[in-house]
Write a protein that binds this ligand. Structure first.
Ligand SMILES: [Zn+2]
Length: 237
C-alpha cells in the first residue's frame, strides 16, 4: 500500500474499466486529497448486446455515465480520446496522445491495464495496457514528441487486471464509492453487471452484483492483511 499520491492519472480502454480496476483506490485517494484524473481511450460504442442500437447515442450516453462515475469517485477530471471501441491500436498517434496527457497532467502515480494479462480476449484491453507503458516511456524522454509538452516521469505505475500481483491498495474505505461509480454505467448493467434495468429482479440483481464486487475485493485482500483490496502489478519506472 502507498500513501495517497499528490496526483494520479488512470487510463482505461472503455468507460467503466477504470472503476472496475482501481475505483476504490482512486476514491480513497481522492478523499485523502489526491488530484485524480481519468483518461478513457475509446468511445464505448460497441458496449451493447442490442444489434439495432443507435451507436452514436450509446457513445453519448456512455460519456455522461463516465462523467457521473468520475464524480462518484471524487475525480477532478475525465478526458476522452474517443477512439473507436474495439478497434484500438497502439500506434504512434495513440502513443503521442497518451504521452501528451501524461505530460499535461503530470501524475505521480499512473494506473492502467496490464498488457501482459494472459488469455484476455478483449483486444482493446491489451492495446490500452501497451499504450500506458509506451506513453510513460515517451513522456519521460525529451526526444519523444518534443511538441507535446515538457517531459514528465511518474514515480509509480500500477497495472490493474494484473497477471502477476505484487502490490495491493486498501479498498475498504473506497468500496461504496466504487460500487456507486460502477452503477453509474447503466448502459452496461445488462452486459457486464447482469442487472436488467427496470426488470422485476433489478433489486436482487443489484445486490448480487454488489456482493460479487465485495467478494472480489475480499479475495484480493486475503493474504495481505486487508479485508478488502484492489490488486496491482507495481512498476517504479
Ligand atoms: Zn473494457
Amino acid at each position: 500500500m502507498t500513501d495517497a499520491p499528490g496526483r494520479a492519472l488512470a487510463v482505461g480502454a472503455h468507460p467503466d474499466d477504470i472503476e472496475f480496476g482501481c475505483g476504490a483506490t482512486l476514491a480513497r485517494w481522492a478523499a485523502a486529497g489526491t488530484e485524480v484524473h481519468l483518461l478513457v481511450l475509446t468511445d464505448g460504442s460497441k458496449g451493447t448486446w442490442d444489434a439495432d442500437a443507435d451507436l452514436e447515442a450509446l457513445a453519448r450516453q456512455r460519456r455522461v455515465e463516465q462523467r457521473d462515475a468520475a464524480a462518484a469517485l471524487g475525480a477532478s477530471s475525465v478526458e476522452f480520446l474517443d477512439l473507436v471501441d474495439g478497434e484500438l491500436t497502439a500506434g504512434l498517434a495513440e502513443r503521442a496522445a497518451v504521452c501528451k496527457a501524461i505530460r499535461r497532467l503530470r501524475p505521480d502515480t499512473l494506473l492502467g491495464h496490464d498488457p501482459w494479462k494472459r488469455y484476455r480476449i478483449h483486444p482493446d484491453h491489451r492495446r490500452a495496457g501497451e499504450l500506458v507503458l509506451d506513453g510513460v516511456v515517451a513522456a519521460r524522454d525529451p526526444h519523444f514528441f518534443p511538441e507535446r509538452g515538457a517531459p514528465h516521469r511518474p514515480a509509480r505505475v500500477l497495472l490493474f487486471e494484473a497477471e502477476v500481483v505484487d502490490h495491493v491498495e486498501d479498498a475498504g474505505p473506497g468500496l461504496d464509492a466504487k460500487l456507486a461509480a460502477l452503477l453509474c454505467h447503466r448502459s452496461q448493467w445488462r452486459s457486464t453487471m447482469r442487472i436488467t434495468p427496470g426488470g422485476a429482479d433489478e433489486e436482487a440483481e443489484r445486490t448480487a452484483f454488489s456482493a460479487r464486487v465485495r467478494r472480489e475485493a475480499a479475495s484480493a485482500g486475503a493474504g495481505w492483511g486487508l479485508a478488502a483490496a484492489e490488486a496491482f502489478k507495481r512498476l517504479d519506472p
